[in-house]
Design a protein around this ligand. Structure first.
Ligand SMILES: *[C@@H]1O[C@H](CO)[C@@H](O)[C@H](O)[C@H]1NC(C)=O
Ligand SMILES: *[C@@H]1O[C@H](CO)[C@@H](O)[C@H](O)[C@H]1NC(C)=O
Ligand SMILES: *[C@@H]1O[C@H](CO)[C@@H](O)[C@H](O)[C@H]1NC(C)=O
Length: 419
C-alpha cells in the first residue's frame, strides 16, 4: 500500500525538531521513509519532425525489444531504428551522485528501460566504493545506444540517502545522449535480462528495488510528479521513491493492474479506453503503456483518424503533428481516459503543445499543435497507446512494482490552462 504524505505534518515535525535542537541534545533526526528527487524538464528540439519521429522510433524499439524477449532471441539492431533520430527531444532529468565522494550525474528518468548507467557526457569517476564486475553491458534504445563496463557503487539520491552496491553501467561508447550523462532506468527489472555479458541471464535490480531491499523505503514503488510548462528548461517535477507525496496530487489514487496483453505487459502497461467529448469513442478498451521516455501521447492509427475527424485537425507537414486553428481550439472538447473504471479528463489545454514552444518544433505562432499523435500501427497490436510526458504532466503516477500495478491521480495541474 502507498501512503499519503502530509507536508503540514512534516513542517510540524521540522518545527518540533528545531525546538528540540535548542532544548535538548542529541538532536532528533527527522527522517521519513520517502526519497524525493527533483526532476528537471529539458527540451532539445533540433530539426523538424523530431518529436513524432523520435517517439515513433521509440515505439518501434519497444515492440522489437518485447518480441525479442518473448521469443528468447537477441534484439536485432535493424529491427530498431527506422528513421534517423538525433537526440532525445524532451527529457526529465534527475541528478544522482555515484561514488564516495560522489560525482553528480544528470540522468534521463526512463520507465521504459531498467538499466542505470552514467558516462555519456561526464566520464565515470571511480572512488573507493567502486567495484568492477566481470560483466560488459550494452543497451539499445530507440534514440541511441550505449555500451560499457558494469560496476557496483554507492548511489546518492539527495536527503543524504544512499543505496550501496547499486549495479550501474559506465559507458565507454554511447550515441544519442548529448547534454546528459546517462539513464536512471526505473522500468520492470526483467528488461535488464540480456544486457550483461557474460551473465546474459542475470537481472540487474533497479535503484527502486535496491532502496526497498536495503530497507531505505518500505514500499517497492516510485511515484512520478510532472507539471505542464511552457519554458525550455525548468525544475518542476519530483520522483518519490517508496511512497506518494500528497502535496503533488488531489483526491484518491486509482490503481490498475499491469495488463496481461503482450507486448504492453513487458513494460508499465495497462488497459484503457479513450473517448472524445461526451460520446465519440476514439479507442475502445485496449492495452498500451505509460512511459516517461515518450514525449507525446500516442494512439493507434485508426484511433488517430477518429480523433482527427472529431477535432477537425489537419496534419501539419512542418511539425508532423495535428494542427488546429485558434477557433477550433476554443471549441475543442476534452478527451476522457478510462482506466480500471475511473475516468480522467484530458482538457483542451492538455491536448495543446505549449504555444510558446511552437517555433521550437518548426511550427508557427498562430496555430495550435496537438500533443496526440500516431503510434504508427492499427489497434489490436497489444501496444495501442502510450501515455507519454504530455499526459503524465496532467496526472500523478505511481509505478508500484511490489503490487504489479500503476496508480493515477489528478493533480493541481490536471485542468491548468498552461499552454
Ligand atoms: C541537442 O541536440 C543536438 C543534436 O543532437 C546536439 O548536438 C546538442 O548537443 C544537444 N544539446 C543539448 C544541450 O543537449
Ligand atoms: C485487459 O484487456 C484484455 C483484453 O483486451 C483482457 O484480456 C484482460 O483481462 C484485461 N485486463 C488485464 C489486467 O489485462
Ligand atoms: C512537406 O515537407 C516535405 C519536406 O519537409 C516537402 O518535401 C514536401 O513538399 C512538403 N509537402 C507539402 C504538401 O507541403
Amino acid at each position: 500500500m502507498s501512503r499519503g504524505f502530509s507536508s503540514t505534518f512534516l513542517s510540524l515535525l521540522l518545527a518540533l525538531s528545531l525546538a528540540l535542537a535548542v532544548t535538548a541534545t542529541p538532536i532528533v533526526q527527522v527522517r521519513d521513509n520517502f526519497v524525493r528527487l527533483p526532476l528537471a524538464k529539458k527540451f532539445n528540439l533540433t530539426g523538424t519532425h523530431t518529436l513524432l519521429a523520435r517517439d515513433q522510433a521509440r515505439v518501434k524499439h519497444l515492440n522489437a525489444l518485447a518480441k525479442a524477449r518473448l521469443a528468447g532471441t537477441p534484439l536485432s539492431s535493424d529491427a530498431v531504428i527506422g528513421v534517423p533520430v538525433d537526440n532525445q527531444a524532451v527529457s526529465y532529468i534527475a541528478t544522482v551522485g555515484v561514488g564516495n565522494p560522489a560525482t553528480q550525474y544528470d540522468l534521463i528518468v526512463d520507465t521504459g528501460s531498467s538499466n542505470t548507467w552514467v558516462g555519456a557526457s561526464r566520464t565515470f569517476v571511480q572512488t573507493s566504493t567502486t567495484r568492477q564486475t566481470r560483466d560488459r553491458v550494452s543497451v539499445t534504445y530507440g534514440s541511441g545506444d550505449f555500451s560499457g563496463t558494469e560496476f557496483t557503487d554507492t548511489v546518492s539520491l539527495g536527503n543524504g540517502l544512499t543505496v550501496t552496491g547499486q549495479s550501474i553501467g559506465a559507458a565507454t561508447e554511447s550515441e544519442g545522449f548529448d547534454g546528459v550523462d546517462g539513464i536512471l532506468g526505473i522500468g520492470p527489472v526483467d528488461l535488464t535480462v540480456g544486457t550483461l555479458s557474460p551473465d546474459t541471464t542475470a537481472t540487474i535490480p533497479t535503484v527502486t528495488d535496491n532502496l526497498f531491499a536495503q530497507g531505505i523505503i518500505t514500499d517497492d514503488l516510485v511515484s512520478v510528479s510532472f507539471e505542464p510548462t511552457n519554458t525550455v528548461e525548468i525544475v518542476n517535477g519530483e520522483l518519490t521513491f517508496g511512497g506518494t507525496d500528497s502535496s503533488k496530487f488531489v483526491g484518491a489514487i486509482t490503481f490498475a493492474p499491469i495488463t496481461r496483453t503482450s507486448p504492453a505487459s513487458e513494460f508499465w502497461g495497462i488497459n484503457q479506453s479513450i473517448r472524445f467529448g461526451t460520446s465519440t469513442s476514439i479507442l475502445s478498451n485496449t492495452a498500451g503503456i505509460v512511459d516517461t521516455g515518450t514525449t507525446l501521447t500516442l494512439i493507434s492509427t485508426d484511433a488517430l483518424r477518429r480523433y482527427q475527424r472529431a477535432t477537425g485537425a489537419v496534419l501539419d507537414n512542418a511539425t508532423g503533428l495535428l494542427r488546429i486553428t485558434p477557433t477550433q481550439f476554443a471549441n475543442l472538447q476534452s478527451l476522457f481516459f478510462t482506466i480500471n473504471g475511473v475516468t480522467f479528463e484530458f482538457t483542451a489545454n492538455a491536448q495543446a503543445w505549449p504555444r510558446a514552444l511552437n517555433t521550437a518544433i518548426g511550427g508557427n505562432t498562430n496555430s495550435v499543435y496537438l500533443v496526440v499523435g500516431s503510434i504508427g500501427t492499427p489497434t489490436g497490436e497489444g501496444l495501442d497507446f502510450i501515455n507519454g510526458q504530455t499526459w503524465l504532466e496532467r496526472f500523478y503516477t505511481v509505478f508500484d512494482t511490489g503490487n504489479s500495478r500503476i496508480g493515477f491521480a489528478n493533480t493541481p495541474f490536471t485542468t491548468a490552462n498552461t499552454n
